[in-house]
Design a protein around this ligand. Structure first.
Ligand SMILES: CC(C)(COP(=O)(O)OP(=O)(O)OC[C@H]1O[C@@H](n2cnc3c(N)ncnc32)[C@H](O)[C@@H]1OP(=O)(O)O)[C@@H](O)C(=O)NCCC(=O)NCCS
Length: 186
């Protein structure tokens, strides 16, 4: 399954697709601190290979998911996007998605992170009933803040002490895109 991205950099276009066994080395690299970056480093939790879930087709489920970010026309894997449910009330209508991203170190700073996150948001609006997609980023992750803002996500505020990483509690900036926001239009 391929999800094209409307927005593109001048040089290459970014798109999302399901993970295949050939992607496992790149995906496993993204799960290491060196490959995924300090803001995705949650210690031991992230060290298990994705080989088995990719092979068995269980890396995505109705409740959470992972897609590979690839450049076209090169068809080179540059990263991955993920999503998890967040409940803002007990009823199914109040479930939104929190999306995450990791680009390989050599593919950061080229303007591809925002379009990839917009693409996963549009994919979730197209394939689920969610009204809201959110992304939370460490207060120190200025590059991610800028990438989300450029992609059309709205900055909402700071979640104090929300994430435990690297031995201490971290504040996160919360961003969102609503189904009705202009940027969400395919
Ligand atoms: C965060 C990430 C997705 C951003 O994607 P990207 O393609 O690298 O981002 P961009 O190239 O579009 O850069 C975004 C903006 O940040 C700016 N920027 C870069 N470093 C910055 C810094 N230290 N401070 C402020 N702004 C910075 C860039 O100038 C750019 O803005 P501009 O286009 O207006 O000049 C990507 O860098 C990444 O995967 N990082 C590691 C994993 C990570 O942090 N994931 C998010 C976890 S919540």
């Amino acid at each position: 399954v391929i999800f094209p991205v409307a927005q593109s950099s001048p040089m290459s276009e970014v798109r999302l697709r399901d993970a295949r066994p050939a992607d496992v080395p790149a995906l496993d690299r993204l799960l290491t601190p060196a490959g995924g970056g300090e803001f995705n480093d949650f210690g031991e939790r992230r060290k298990r290979s994705v080989a088995e879930p990719v092979a068995s087709g269980t890396i995505s489920s109705p409740d959470r998911g992972l897609l590979v970010v690839e450049l076209v026309p090169e068809r080179r894997v540059i990263g991955m996007v993920t999503w998890n449910p967040v409940m803002h009330g007990p009823n199914p209508e109040s479930r939104c998605w929190n999306v995450g991203i990791a680009l390989l170190p050599e593919d950061r700073g080229r303007g591809w992170g925002g379009p990839a996150q917009l693409a996963v948001a549009r994919h979730l609006f197209a394939n689920t009933d969610a009204n809201r997609v959110e992304a939370s980023a460490d207060v120190d992750n200025a590059r991610e803040h800028r990438a989300l803002e450029k992609a059309g996500f709205a900055r909402e505020g700071v979640l104090r002490g929300a994430q435990f990483r690297g031995g201490r509690w971290r504040d996160l900036v919360l961003f969102s895109l609503l189904r009705t926001d202009p940027a969400a239009e395919p």
